[in-house]
Design a binder for this molecule. Structure first.
Ligand code: UN1
Length: 497
């Protein structure tokens, strides 16, 4: 089956497609071929979308939640029907290998069914009142219009993590997808429309962060911003939202480590490291970019990793058997390359990779060889900064306590993992690792959509995507007191019976 992307995209506002004045070309990172053209919209187009969303939200909030959920059930089925088409388009625009693209689309399907289920729950709380004949409860109310800003590395899954809970809870959404990966946004919006989502509940405005992103963040009628992307952008968004007292949920990456203790199953550890360090070419927030290894097994682990790295075939993710696809664009490729010199100057030793791949099979695309450094120390830049590429560094330690200290020494706190057979160490590690996600005997990637996703420190600002925790971002608690005593009861004031 050969899938063809739409030639020219448009914004989707109030149930209608709107062409923009200015466009930029989107290319396949695997070979540089033109895929489509994406609008570079202005603040005016954002304003128009917000206006439509404000009007639509008022009606949508009145639709009973189980009916809102019906739309998501249909979205889930349509995504399932079109899984293969969606996956191929995803590989074309993002570069990830086709089996990972299928995995990402599956995350979106799972999220649709999971959040549809919430339409029959959205649980609040009932609480006894201090007063007689008075009923007290707290309910989840929609916040209003939500602005979501999503990255290119998981263009459909992350969009579903944010928009589905927002929609089932009765909000309307204005969405700015990454300009590198607009096809997933186009396909998802078409599916939502077909599934019967009323006009104006989900609007898409394509464009740059500086114009469309800023306009969303600054718009007075947007009540929540949910953002996944770089740390710098996240901080700017946070301070802008802070000035306006606007609710904001941020997920801004990681510097995730796999810990390998001396009693670990080394073959399993190698598999876990390869999958989480080089899968998606290391372009996941959850990617493993540090391996913290007990000194007694360091050499053995290095040897086994090197052996297995040779089996990684690199190329166009649509081709059969390819395990590592391209890097998203030239800027990212250059950034990864710069780290090679930084690492060597800091004293890390290169064991494999370390260079851009060119020539046959790589023409027109952006490819970087899976890279392994050893003899890194915790303070080196390659061990501290997010590289977002297929680069992993080994740091050796003498104990679990030291491993935990090294793991926690970075400014991020998204994901961590430990390989050991010792049950006591498993429990100690899950307690002490300062990350929002901890894996035992598995790599650092592969979070499931019904658990909270996010992290500590520089990874975020305390909120979580997906899982039930996502509802806290997109709802306000409303406390309701119903007095059925027939007289005015004054709380906290002593009254005679
Ligand atoms: C991301 O990289 O931002 O846990 C999302 C994982 C995927 C999601 C990654 N389920 O690796």
């Amino acid at each position: 089956m050969s899938v063809k992307p739409v030639e020219k995209l448009a914004n989707f506002v109030n149930g209608e497609w709107h062409r923009s004045e200015s466009y930029t070309v989107v290319r396949n990172p695997a070979n540089g071929e033109k895929l489509t053209e994406v609008p570079l919209s202005t603040w005016k187009e954002v304003d128009y979308a917000v206006e439509a969303a404000v009007a639509a939200q008022k009606q949508w909030a009145l639709v009973p939640a189980p009916q809102r959920a019906e739309v998501l059930y249909r979205v889930g089925s349509l995504m399932k029907e079109r899984k293969e088409t969606l996956s191929q388009l995803l590989t074309m625009e993002n570069g990830k290998v086709i089996e990972e693209a299928r995995g990402e689309v599956q995350e979106g399907i799972d999220m649709a069914y999971y959040m549809a289920g919430e339409g029959r729950r959205l649980f609040g709380q009932t609480t006894p009142s201090e007063l007689k004949d008075k009923f007290a409860m707290s309910v989840r109310a929609p916040v209003g219009v939500v602005g979501i800003i999503t990255p290119w590395n998981f263009p459909i899954a992350i969009a579903t993590w944010k928009s589905f809970p927002a929609i089932v809870a009765g909000n309307a959404v204005v969405w700015k997808p990454a300009t590198e990966t607009p096809l997933m946004a186009f396909e998802l919006v078409k599916i939502m429309e077909e599934a019967g989502l009323p006009s104006g509940v989900l609007n898409v405005v394509f464009g740059s962060g500086s114009e469309v992103g800023t306009s969303l963040v600054e718009h007075p009628d947007i009540r929540v911003i949910s953002f996944t992307g770089s740390n710098d952008t996240g901080r700017t968004i946070a301070s802008k939202c802070g000035e306006q007292l606007k609710k904001v949920s941020l997920e801004m990456g990681g510097k995730n480590a796999v810990i390998v203790l001396e009693d670990a199953d080394l073959d399993l550890a190698v598999e876990g490291i390869l999958w989480s360090a080089f899968g998606t070419s290391g372009q996941r927030c959850t990617a493993c970019s540090r391996v913290i290894v007990h000194e007694n097994v360091k050499e053995e682990l290095e040897n086994r990793l090197l052996q297995q790295m040779e089996t990684l075939s690199i190329g166009n993710g649509l081709d059969e058997g390819i395990k590592v696809g391209p890097i998203i664009n030239e800027k990212s490729l250059m950034k990864i390359e710069e780290y090679m010199d930084v690492a060597k100057q800091d004293g890390a030793r290169l064991l494999a990779g370390g260079h851009v791949l060119e020539g046959e099979g790589f023409t027109g695309g952006y490819y970087f060889a899976p890279t392994l450094f050893t003899d890194a120390t915790k303070d080196m830049r390659i061990a501290q900064e997010e590289i977002f590429g297929p680069v992993v560094s080994l740091i050796s330690v003498k104990s679990l306590a030291e491993a935990v200290e090294v793991n926690n020494s970075v400014s991020f706190g998204l994901s961590s993992s430990i390989f050991t057979k010792d049950v006591n160490r498993v429990f100690q590690a899950q307690r002490d690792l300062d990350t929002g996600i901890v894996y035992v005997n598995a790599g650092t990637t592969g979070a499931e959509i019904h658990l909270p996703f996010g992290g500590t420190k520089g990874t975020g600002n305390g909120h979580r995507d997906s899982g039930l925790a996502a509802l806290d971002v997109f709802t306000e608690w409303k406390s309701v007191y119903i007095d059925y005593s027939g007289k005015l009861q004054r709380a906290q004031i002593d009254t005679e019976e």
